[in-house]
Write a protein that binds this ligand. Structure first.
Ligand code: TYC
Length: 115
């Protein structure tokens, strides 16, 4: 004697066609670039020019001529952008400059602002 067994794989539609319309909906993922931050050096009346030049060489990778030019811009105009970085790098640079200036007892100020 033999039994008749129902076979759902033959009775229904193929599994991966179930509920599909053939329309592809593209979902666009908006990837925003992280914001950048300007690092600014501020003028004051007391920090020696050579110290500022040294700071620019040491922490911002400038050669002597570049560093001297930027130092003079800060001296004449009151401030200058000395670099543009990610938030983390900008924070590190500001911290390094402020710490170095404080250790040498100069009032040099360095800040950052969103570009
Ligand atoms: N004004 C300073 C001086 O005459 C020099 C100076 C330049 C200081 C740039 C700070 O960020 C500065 N000794």
């Amino acid at each position: 004697m033999s039994a008749i067994v129902a076979c759902p794989t033959i009775a229904g539609p193929p599994p991966d066609e179930d509920d599909q319309t053939g329309v592809v909906i593209e979902t666009r993922t908006k990837t925003k670039r992280p914001p950048l931050y300007k690092v600014l050096l501020l003028n004051d009346d007391y920090t020696p020019m050579e110290f500022v030049v040294h700071v620019l060489e040491r922490f911002f990778g400038m050669n002597h001529a570049q560093a001297f030019e930027i130092m003079l811009t800060v001296h004449k105009k009151g401030l200058a952008v000395v670099g543009v970085f990610s938030h983390e790098i900008a924070e590190t640079k500001v911290g390094q400059v402020m710490d170095f200036a404080r250790r040498h007892q100069h009032p040099l100020q360095c800040t950052m602002e969103k570009e």
